[in-house]
Design a protein around this ligand. Sequence first.
Ligand SMILES: [Zn+2]
Length: 288
Amino acid sequence: MDSFSPSTQLRAKLSALFHGGKLPHALLIEGGTQQQRAAAARYVAQMMHCLEPTPFPCGVCRACKKSEADSNPDTLIIEKPEDKAAFKKETVKEITSDAYVLPNESEVKVYVFLEFQYMRPESQNVLLKTLEEPPERARFILTADSLNSLIPTVQSRVTPVNIGYSQQSPVLEQVREIADGIAECVASSDEYSLLKSTAVLEKEKQLVQPVLEYLLLIFRDAAVCRAGGTSMTTDGEIAKKLASSVQQKNLAGLVSGIQELEAAIQRNANSTLLLTRLCSTLYGKAHE
Ligand SMILES: [Zn+2]
C-alpha cells in the first residue's frame, strides 16, 4: 500500500476542486511521483464518496472507511497489466459500458486510471466518447506523468491538476534554487558560472540527487516548450530560456546525460568525480 498521504497543501488544492459541491467529470492528476499521483487520485475518490458535507473527506464515515481500506465498491482502480506494455483495449471497452451501470452505494462511481501514459492512442480514443458525454453518475480520475501523454482530444476533456513541485518545503526550495541556478548557466553557456553553481553541491552532497531530478524536469520542460507544448512541471521560466538557447537534440542529450549521472549515483560513484562529470556533461551536451 502507499505510505504516501497528500500534504495539507495538496489536500487543500484538491479540495478546492469542489466548485459549489461539484467536481469535474474527468480529472487528470499530473506531476509529482507515481506514488504521489496514485495517493492523490485515491484521496479525490474518497472525497467524492464521503457522506459528510465537508470539503475534505471526513475520514470517519462509512464511505471514508471503505475508501481508506481500498474496498469501496464504487471506486475502480484500473492499471496496465504488469506484464504488458499498455492498457488492454478490451478493459477500456468494458469500462465504457460499465460506466452506465449505477453505483452500488455512493452517489457516483469513480474510475481511476493509473499512469495513463501507458494507454495507446487507439484505446484513448475508445474512452474519448465516454469522456465527451459522461454518464450522469460516472467520474474519471486519470494520473499521468504529464498532460502531454494524452492525445489532444482527451486532453481537452480533462481538468488537469499538477501536483508536482507546487508542494513547497524548505529543502525543496533549496533544491529548486540550486537547479534553477545551474540551468540558468547552461542557458547562458557561461562555463565559469556553471562551475560556481555546481560547487554548492560539494558541501551539500545529500542534495545532489534531488538537484539532478529537478534538472531533469527543467530539461524535459525545455524540450516540451521547444516542441511548442505548454504543459510544464516546473514554473517554466528557466525552461523557456533553455528552449530558446539550446537545440532540441542537445536538450535530449542533457536529459540522457543526467540520467547517466543518476545511474552513477545508484552505483555509489565518488561524489567529487560526479560533480566534475556533472559540469562537463552539462556544458558538453548543451553545446556539442
Ligand atoms: Zn467521510
